[in-house]
Design a protein around this ligand. Structure first.
Ligand code: URA
Length: 231
């Protein structure tokens, strides 16, 4: 009978070392670093009042785009559908957002999508300014990890938190619906739009909102750093 050779299996110590190495490598990925941010959010006392009655953390979306996304989309807070699925902009606002992104020549797969407030406020109310301010350091952490070339604020809450001193004062606010770009200190750009949910409620806002997103598409084409990264 032929000798049966015992394969060279790793020892338990080698397996443990390899697992440790994989974990360390994962922790260095963007999604690994983001998971640290989301773990800190779960400990955030100032949002404790939101974390009740089945309300859960809705982190940024998501593992498959974190590494490659060059656009950061910032919404206000999750709604009921988002709370149920655990993903931002998963409901009707999300479908409207996808369409608007398309008007600017962008796809969701190019974007990392998150919210200022990561828990659904009860009854879908607008988060208070205080609740939104709690989200600022977490948003900054997400921003540093994603390192976007373009940040799109969807709605006034995101706009105010990204431009805390009103970059360009009221000018930035008046630009909200014009699809124009505000330069950021790190060489990237930001822009803000009215929330798609607003246009879903007030039909007259839909056309100007769509026109503004089309203008963003033009601005991307005309801005070399954005065109190179996004087209
Ligand atoms: N509206 C938001 O601002 N964020 C969501 O995730 C869903 C709706």
């Amino acid at each position: 009978m032929e000798d049966w050779e015992v394969p060279d299996y790793p020892t338990p110590e080698e397996e443990a070392d390899a697992a440790q190495h994989d974990m360390e490598e994962f922790a260095e990925t963007k999604w690994g670093r983001l998971l640290d941010v989301y773990a800190r959010i779960e400990d955030e006392g100032a949002w404790k009042h939101l974390r009740q009655n089945g309300i859960r953390l809705v982190p940024g979306d998501g593992p498959e785009t974190a590494e490659t996304a060059r656009v950061l989309v910032v919404g206000e807070a999750p709604g009921a559908v988002e709370n149920g699925s655990g993903r931002p902009f998963a409901g009707p606002s999300g479908r409207a957002l996808d369409q608007l992104l398309g008007l600017a020549g962008l796809e969701r797969s190019q974007c990392f999508i998150t919210n200022v407030v990561k828990y659904r406020p009860e009854g879908n109310r607008t988060p208070s300014l205080g609740e939104a301010i709690v989200g600022r350091p977490f948003l900054r952490a997400e921003y540093r990890i994603i390192h976007p070339v373009l940040t799109i604020c969807v709605g006034a809450t995101a706009h105010k938190i990204i431009h805390p001193n009103g970059v360009n004062g009221t000018e930035a606010l008046s630009r909200m619906q014009q699809g124009s770009l505000t330069p950021m200190r790190d060489g990237s750009y930001a822009t803000s739009f009215y929330h798609p949910a607003f246009a879903m409620r007030y039909k007259r806002a839909q056309e100007p909102l769509e026109a503004a997103w089309e203008l963003l598409g033009d601005a991307i084409i005309e801005t070399p750093s954005l065109a190179n990264a996004l087209i």
